[in-house]
Design a binder for this molecule. Sequence first.
Ligand code: EPZ
Length: 417
Amino acid sequence: MDKIRIIGGKELRGNVEISGAKNAALPAMAATLLTPENVWLENLPYVRDIMTTRALLESMGAHVETLENETMMFKAAGIGELEAPYELVKTMRASVLVLGPMLARFKKARVSLPGGCAIGARPINLHLQGLEKMGAKCDVSHGYVEASTAGLHGAYIQFDTVTVTGTENLMMAAVLAGGETMLDNAACEPEVENLADMLRAMGARIEGDGTRTIRIRGVKKLKGCRHRIIPDRIEAGTFAIAAAITRGDIEIANCNPKHLASVLSQLSLVGVEISIGETGFRVRGHADISSKNVTTYPYPAFPTDMQAQYMALMTRGDGTSIITETIFENRFMHALELIRMGADITVEGRQAIVHGGRPLTGANVQASDLRASASLVLAGLAAEGETIIDRVYHLDRGYVRIEEKLAGLGAEIERIS
Ligand code: EPZ
């Protein structure tokens, strides 16, 4: 099992290129099931979750080819296996995204229940309720969802909670349904809009993506397309905090600053100098860090996927900050490991109180989930001495070659196999 070793204290300087967004690539790969024609996806991030999704599609009979420049070609013409098996789904909950497309095109699907993960129970009740409103029958037994339909029809679906993959799954179900579907209280994340762009390129009729109300008018069939995955706003935010926490100066290229506006404004608030460009932004962390509260909410507010990284930064703050996590019920696992590095953090339910000003010292720490791992890397970059992070397979799920990119910025970091 790989580990990452960091000697902290180096100021990071230079230019880093952001990769494609994992959370845009996963629904896009599921959407290739909606047509028997060729689909090219460009700017894919070659991380574990992408390889897992490729394996899932191939296990169903899809043909997938890796081409140059982070492009893959998909052809879901010979789909014979309408099942997403437990062995694959248990390693990646987003496999549930094949449910909508499979029902839309094949009227049948057997998908393992994802089960919980470190950050929470992660139910899919809203996905299933929406599909049932569209005429699917969803039985849950033996850890699987057995879904079938005589043919999906349009429906009015109102989400009690904003759900990103719930919105994406039902968008993909609706594009081939008979009639019109309205998704209310829908997720507005850029990844949802990127999926809608892809579906429109395939001939779908969708409007309102990026707002809380999405309207989809079903069509008879969809064609192939060539689609580009948007840059990863969470990777960009993670590198912005790497500059801030090491008092460095980093040019973050190949990303859309508008997609992480709430993160950049929070960083400016705490004293980080940000200059915005068209296809990137520059982050200078030379000033002291002020302790400022933050609460996570659905997009466009401060994202839960940046909460752990922000907590690492707040350990450098000049006072006390309160971090409130409203999306997931157990997303403070990184706090325990940061405490082992000398941070002064108290977790009370959905809130973490961070007292800044104490130096971080390197330690042996353990990653528990994707963004917690990123938080420990950031803390290791700022800590005095050596940090060894165990279980970095969590990190590899969502970050492309993070240790190479950080080393390219001057970090003393290496992977120990
Ligand atoms: C997506 O997960 C992302 N994953 C997550 O990123 C991200 O943290 C999350 O959205 C929130 O932004 C992908 O896009 C692949 P949700 P998702 O459904 O869709 C509750 C990362 O680090 N809920 O928006 O699974 C749920 O329990 C990952 O890259 C229900 O109650 O999250 C949570 O409290 C982690 N019933 C809230 O909604 C449902 O049917 C938001 O979850 C669905 C969700």
